[in-house]
Design a protein around this ligand. Structure first.
Ligand SMILES: [Zn+2]
Length: 430
């Protein structure tokens, strides 16, 4: 989409003042636009996206703005030791576990203005609506904006939610990125690295997160609400293929041990093996190094990555084995050696089935069609799944684009998502 098309899409986007749930679509839009100023390229417009990497000055400014809005909504925001921003609204029964909901506001470099921001500002919008209606829920409510979801800083995401779930790695406070330790970065945003254990949170009735889909399923099928079944598990392998580097002019074809031929066949095999059965599993060879990478030398060594994702961890494991078996056959045929080393393993995080039903009920009440789908991207909700029931609401991403300035969701869909979040909170907090 060009900037012109983007502006046209914005101008003709249905102008929704309020929905049956009371969500103020105009306020939500204005806040998304105002937040987008923090990290916007100099001289740019909304459609130029945002660079609000966690712990940057733009992040600090964005967090201050969000805390101002939380204060205005009576949420009395506080910052926990991990830098997470939390704000509570009392329920009529203080003894009950709260309903927790929110998202993040950090971005990737040259990211979009909806990833994270929508869920964070919709959470505040939900509180505004309840305030305006003088509506007291039975359970307490808690809004959260997590620290460093994207993990651009320190190359490790979901920081705040992992701290809340007790999933931080040993020594993580000492990691250094851009010359600054994680410890000092946390201090910059008001966290307390010396008391990081205190960020572990107590029980909650449910964790809900509204987010853009970041894929094209909802947009393609024109369905306004996605009910997330879970966040896919990811298995990543580092693969080394050893052949023999030799003269590209003097080595006859039958005598070659070309590591790049083996790598090419393996890349095709990953695609074939992943595609030959039904399901939403995906597999990717996304990184490759060819050594020595010279025009007149037969490639002697190739390093590449294989990544597999699905909600079903048994399927991910089986696909990984099948790919490794095929790799050994390729090695024999090409007279190379192929070695797979597991690089990382992330378990799938399943959404709570009852909470999925609640989101479906909330959508139906608002007259919005919904469909269930997995999340191919990681989210803070997967940390929360370790310590309590979680669920996520997706809204369409135009053309499925995300982590790009071209990331776009229609304002109407944003407001609908906020309304579904609010209705789900109402049901769960009753
Ligand atoms: Zn996100």
């Amino acid at each position: 989409m060009t900037r012109g098309q983007f502006l046209t899409a914005m101008a003709f986007a249905p102008f929704v003042r309020g929905t049956s749930s009371g969500v103020n679509a105009q306020r939500l839009r204005q806040r998304l636009e105002e937040l987008s100023l923090h990290g916007r390229p100099t001289g740019g417009i909304f459609a130029d996206g945002v660079s609000r990497v966690a712990f940057s000055d733009a992040d600090v400014a964005g967090r201050a703005l969000v805390m101002r809005w939380m204060r205005e909504a009576g949420l009395n925001p506080r910052i926990d030791a991990a830098g997470n921003i939390l704000g509570s609204r009392a329920g009529s029964d203080a003894k009950l576990e709260p309903v927790l909901f929110g998202s993040h506001i950090d971005s990737v470099p040259s990211g979009g203005n909806f990833d994270g921001d929508l869920g964070s500002l919709s959470a505040i919008e939900a509180i505004e609506v309840l305030n305006a209606a003088r509506e007291t829920t039975r359970r307490p409510l808690e809004v959260v904006v997590w620290t460093n979801e994207e993990g651009v800083a320190y190359n490790n995401g979901l920081f705040g939610s992992r701290a809340a779930a007790g999933l931080l790695d040993k020594g993580e406070m000492d990691h250094v990125w851009n010359g600054v330790s994680q410890r000092d970065a946390l201090r910059k945003i008001g966290g307390d690295p010396d008391k990081i254990g205190s960020a572990r949170r107590g029980p909650f009735r449910a964790y809900l997160e509204l987010h853009i889909e970041q894929g094209g399923n909802l947009d393609r099928q024109k369905i306004p609400v996605g009910v997330v079944e879970g966040i896919v598990g990811i298995d990543r392998f580092d693969v080394e293929i050893r052949g023999f580097a030799n003269h590209a002019g003097t080595t006859p074809m039958p005598d070659r041990q070309d590591a790049l031929i083996a790598a090419s066949e393996l890349t095709i095999a990953v695609n074939q093996i992943v595609r030959r059965e039904p399901g939403r599993q995906v597999g990717t060879v996304g990184h490759i190094d060819v050594i020595p990478n010279a025009p007149n030398v037969i490639p002697g060594l190739v390093r590449l990555t294989v990544e597999l994702r699905d909600l079903d961890k048994a399927k991910v494991a089986r696909l990984g084995r099948e790919i490794q078996d095929r790799a050994q056959k390729i090695a024999t045929e090409t007279k190379t050696a192929v070695v797979f080393t597991p690089a990382s393993h992330h378990e799938p995080a399943l959404a709570d089935p009852k909470l999925q039903t609640v989101i479906e009920q909330a959508s139906a009440k608002l007259g919005l069609k919904s469909m269930r789908l997995p999340s191919g991207a990681g989210h803070d909700a997967q940390s929360m799944a370790h310590i309590g029931p979680m669920a996520m609401i997706f809204i369409p991403s135009v053309n499925g684009i995300s982590h790009s300035p071209k990331e776009l969701s229609r304002w109407e869909d944003c407001a609908n998502g906020a309304a579904v979040l609010l209705e789900s909170v109402r049901i769960l907090a009753a």
